[in-house]
Design a protein around this ligand. Structure first.
Ligand code: IMP
Length: 442
């Protein structure tokens, strides 16, 4: 038995949903521990495409619990539409459990998020506009409404009547936006609460019981390491903690129950939104990475924005190995590189002002925004990997590319994904019980 944390090792969109879907088979409970409807997961199962923002994709398996944990923020409108969509498609939703402690994204959070980011002008973050930052800010400021309040009409009315007028001051005076009507907000959200009540529970207790009964738990991070509020490329980050440590706080469990941490990285790099991106490429090179016939095109699931694309950045991945304590890595979308003549890996940065070289992520945002990548160039394999099902079947140069990544990161690659379907997957070593643990003491 093993309790596993799956974490994005880059700036999100690493293809976590596919790996979650793969590992969920052997888990009894799948837990989403942070973030909100800023996330977007796409999974292809039996010819059907499923897109989720909030519900863990583990819901697609029968007889499992899909938990939205205390560390998340929930837009009830979006959650209800995902539930309805699943029901329409004949998927049972009885296993969905939502934490009483998760915070609720209110309409003023959405309005403030969008107005604030516009107001940042050239310093905008390029948020998803889903109200994430303001919901987490209210949580920290103790102005939040939790799921427990949403399903309790008396508590909800009291909090809405207290909070909406306060928020109206910000909406009207700071952003010249129309105020919200507390009565209308209450009526709308009371109804959401009524509909969601059957799903809301103490999810930490549910997880604890499952652990005591020797069940496997899969903790699924949204976004990625470099979008982490504390450990990412601040200020161009999200407002929660996607890193592996966030799983404990965001799920309500102690660190002693985590057995394994798996990082997910694309075979290259993408980023949505603003912020420095040293290995970013443009023009024809970027078009080649952004869309291929065999896999998902690089457009944000939540916002539809084209993703910024670039070469694999081993400096950032080494950092992700460290701050997450990664045991092994899953590399996704290797097939996107199939047609490349040559492939670059960034092995260090050079400060364009001082000429200093960095083999580790520079901790000063002023330096990070002006570094340029130092590349190592490997020959491409110029053939399709889409039908490969074992490591041996991969072209020699693809094997060399993966080996080099392992060497640079001193971490083993356990899974390689070569296409969007469940079967487009190569298991190199058991991702759960694999031999190599970076932080092993003996
Ligand atoms: P927010 O989470 O909406 O506040 O956005 C903050 C930053 O995180 C922006 O650069 C977003 O584009 C990025 N971001 C948020 N969620 C995701 C995600 O699921 N994938 C990739 N980037 C994301």
């Amino acid at each position: 038995m093993a309790n596993v944390v799956l974490v994005g090792a880059q700036w999100g969109d690493e293809g976590k949903a596919k790996v979650t879907d793969l590992l969920a088979k052997n888990a009894h409970v799948i837990v989403r521990y942070q973030g909100g409807s800023n996330a977007g997961h796409t999974v292809a199962v039996d010819g059907e495409i499923y897109k989720f923002h909030l519900i863990p994709s583990g819901i697609l398996y029968k007889d499992k619990f899909a938990v939205i944990g205390p560390g998340t923020v929930i837009d009830p409108k979006i959650l209800l539409s995902e539930i309805e969509d699943l029901k329409r498609r004949g998927i049972a939703v009885g296993g969905l459990k939502v934490s009483t402690a998760a915070h609720v994204t209110m309409p003023y959070h959405l309005a403030i998020d969008q107005a604030e980011d516009r107001g940042r002008g050239t310093k905008k973050i390029g948020t998803t506009g889903r109200g994430i930052g303001p919901t987490y800010a209210d949580k920290a400021d103790r102005f939040g409404i939790r799921m427990a309040d949403l399903i309790d009409p008396i508590e909800l009315e009291e909090r809405v009547n207290w909070l909406v007028p306060r928020k109206n001051v910000i909406l009207e005076r700071l952003y010249s936006l129309p105020p919200e009507d507390p009565k209308k907000v209450y009526e709308e959200y009371r109804e959401y609460g009524e509909k969601l009540k059957p799903f809301v529970t103490d999810t930490s207790a549910l997880i604890f019981d499952a652990i005591k009964n020797k069940k496997n738990i899969l903790f699924e991070g949204a976004q990625g390491t470099l979008l982490d509020l504390d450990h990412g490329t601040y200020p161009y980050v999200t407002s929660s903690n996607p890193v592996a440590g966030g799983a404990c706080i965001g799920a309500g469990i102690g660190p002693t129950v985590v057995d394994r941490v798996i990082g997910i990285s694309k075979a290259y790099t993408t980023r949505v939104g603003e912020g420095p991106f040293p290995t970013e490429v443009f023009g024809r090179e970027a078009d080649e990475l952004r869309a291929t016939g065999t896999t998902w095109a690089e457009f944000g699931t939540t916002t539809g924005r084209p993703r910024r694309v670039g070469w694999l950045d081993a400096v950032l991945l080494k950092y992700a190995v460290r701050v997450n304590g990664l045991d092994c890595l899953a590399v996704t979308k290797l097939d996107v590189l199939d047609s490349m003549e040559e492939i670059n890996i960034c092995i260090a940065y050079e400060d364009t002002l001082t000429g200093a070289k960095y083999y580790d992520l520079p901790l000063f945002s002023g330096v990070f925004k002006r570094v340029k990548p130092i590349y190592e160039t490997l020959p491409g394999w110029k053939s399709s990997t889409n039908e490969c099902r074992t490591r041996e079947e991969l072209p020699e140069n693809a094997k060399k590319y993966l080996n080099r990544i392992q060497e640079l990161l001193d971490t083993s690659i356990a899974i390689v994904s070569v296409g969007q379907k469940r079967e487009h997957t190569i298991i190199i070593e058991d991702p759960i019980h694999g031999p190599k643990r970076v932080l092993q003491k003996t």
